[in-house]
Design a protein around this ligand. Structure first.
Ligand code: BES
Ligand code: MN
Ligand code: ZN
Length: 504
């Protein structure tokens, strides 16, 4: 089910939608659009607003019943924070909050009053993105009577700008971009009995097929092929499951563009379920390990988003997918395996499987000779210990790249923090029996995981994002909904924009 988004120039006070959303900057409740609304909805509703202490602070949401004073049943005021510091990402998150409020209040239609004095470029597209991201629901595995009876279905953007084909296309672009991001959420939320490596590969192929004319393609290596090609680490991680591993290579190249393009590579961890393997995890919370393919889900979503935005660049999306299970045929601590890169690796703990799967995908990526490579993964609990559940940690091979990441995350409105590749911890990865161990001790667990990955990227400029915390959420916040979030995709899109803009 997708949300229909349209744009028109009607007055918000006359909108026939179930709910009207009005953004309010800090302290300006009694100005502009919100003043018009306060005037129209009468004194009892005004009292509610006063009592609620609504000031327009970022994240504030207040729903007020209109009592028939205007056409819509309710108004939702959403805080935009300080007018001077309002950004594209900030406005998008506010509209997402409005869409969630609509869903919560069982409103099937929402009108969004677009303010005309924000200075935000393409603000209608921004609102469309926010509405789709915030209005997202996942009910694929609920039977009819357990589904929402009144889900948000229609969003109308009420704008002061001239409504023409160009504006409608822009709004549609925003909706389609957000829907691409929501593909990551669908994949993460899908139960692991339904989403196993081959199913993930089929999904990636289906996305590529759907967007063939937009420049997407996809090649999948099955169990035998990836082993024959030398992806022995990915193969080892998957060998304990009856549902074998897959290596997925998606490509985006704008159709009709001839000649050399800048080449970038994005890699994702696609563990469709992580029991820990022989070093099995404790049972409480293990169900969340269905989301251990969040990095891979982001890659599929990113590729789908590129098909929508059509940037002038060649992007490769690589996914290492497996299911980590305990079994008579599982890999074990003490095992030594070769790798696609060539180094041998001694296994210490079978629950540190993500870095093994990624290592082979990264080594494959190096062979494509991209100018830049990024991997993202729900890699370590240690990263969550360091940064909490809503912030991801990124590592970069140089400071200029780290700065680009910082700027991209800021543009996207996603919380990411630069982490150090502490060189002195590298010695923890020395092995007595192989070229390398895949992990160190407990201290600096997110850092040693990154240092291990670095062994497989050669000289390629590289960023690693540990999304273990924010890839899934236990609550709604910002543009995210409970469950899979797609955290990362918007940042990578902003980063790609920046990398293309630089030096040409
Ligand atoms: N998939 C987990 C990391 C994870 C934990 C993601 C919680 C999301 C939420 C990863 O494969 C893992 O098990 N990591 C271990 C590594 C350890 C054995 C070195 C961890 O973090 O405990
Ligand atoms: Mn694990
Ligand atoms: Zn894992």
């Amino acid at each position: 089910m997708s949300i229909k988004v349209t744009v028109t120039s009607a007055d918000p006070r006359h909108s026939a939608a179930d709910m009207v959303a009005v953004g309010v900057t800090a302290g300006s409740l009694r100005k502009g659009l919100s003043r018009d609304f306060l005037k129209a909805i009468g004194s009892s509703a005004n009292k509610t607003v006063k009592r609620a202490d609504f000031t327009g602070k970022t994240g504030q949401v207040l729903r007020v019943a209109t009592g028939g004073s205007v056409k819509a049943d309710s108004v939702v005021f959403v805080g935009l924070g300080d007018a001077v510091s309002l950004t594209y990402a900030g406005f998008r998150a506010a509209i997402a909050a409005a869409a969630r409020a609509a869903n919560g209040a069982r409103c099937t239609s929402l009108a969004v009053a677009i303010p005309d004095d924000t200075g935000i470029e393409n603000i209608e597209a921004c609102a469309a993105e926010g509405a789709v991201l915030g209005g997202y629901r996942y009910e694929a595995f609920k039977t009819e009577e357990h589904r929402a009876k009144y889900p948000l279905e229609r969003v109308t953007l009420l704008t002061g700008s001239k409504v023409n084909a160009g504006l409608r296309d822009m709004v549609d672009g925003g909706r389609r971009l957000a829907e691409a991001v929501c593909r990551a959420r669908d994949l993460i939320n899908c139960p692991p009995n339904e989403l196993y490596p081959a199913a993930l590969a089929d999904y990636a192929k289906a996305v590529a097929k759907e967007h063939k004319a937009d420049g997407l393609s996809c090649v999948v290596w099955g169990d035998k092929k990836l082993k024959d090609e030398g992806m022995l680490l990915l193969s080892a991680v998957g060998q304990g499951s009856v549902r074998g591993p897959r290596f997925i290579h998606m490509t985006y190249r704008p159709p009709g563009v001839k000649g050399e393009l800048k080449k970038l590579c994005f890699v994702g961890k696609g563990l469709t379920f992580d029991t820990g393997g022989i070093c099995i995890k404790p049972a409480p919370g293990m169900e969340d390990m269905k989301g251990d393919m969040g990095g891979a889900a982001n890659i599929v979503a990113l590729m789908a988003a590129l098909a929508v935005t059509q940037p002038n660049v060649e992007v490769h999306g690589l996914i290492a997918s497996a299911e980590n299970m305990p079994d008579g045929n599982s890999y074990r601590p003490g095992d030594v395996f070769g790798s696609y890169e060539g180094k041998t690796v001694e296994i210490i703990n079978t629950d540190a499987e993500g870095r093994l799967a990624l290592a082979d995908a990264l080594a494959y990526g190096v062979k494509l000779e991209p100018e830049f490579m990024l991997c993202n993964a729900t890699l370590t609990g240690a990263c969550m210990v360091a940064l909490g559940p809503t912030v991801s940690g990124y590592y970069a091979t140089d400071d200029a790249l780290a700065e680009k990441m910082r700027a991209a995350a800021k543009t996207a409105g996603e919380s990411m923090w630069h982490m150090p590749l502490v060189e002195s911890l590298r010695e923890m990865l020395k092995s007595d029996w192989a070229d390398l161990k895949h992990m160190g001790d407990r201290w600096g667990g997110s850092i040693t995981a990154a240092l291990f990955l670095r062994e497989f990227v050669g000289d390629t400029p590289w960023v690693h994002v540990d999304i273990a915390g924010p890839s899934m959420s236990t609550k709604n916040y910002g543009i995210y909904t409970k469950g899979g979030t797609g955290h990362g995709v918007l940042t990578y899109l902003a980063l790609i924009d920046d990398l293309i803009a630089a030096d040409d």
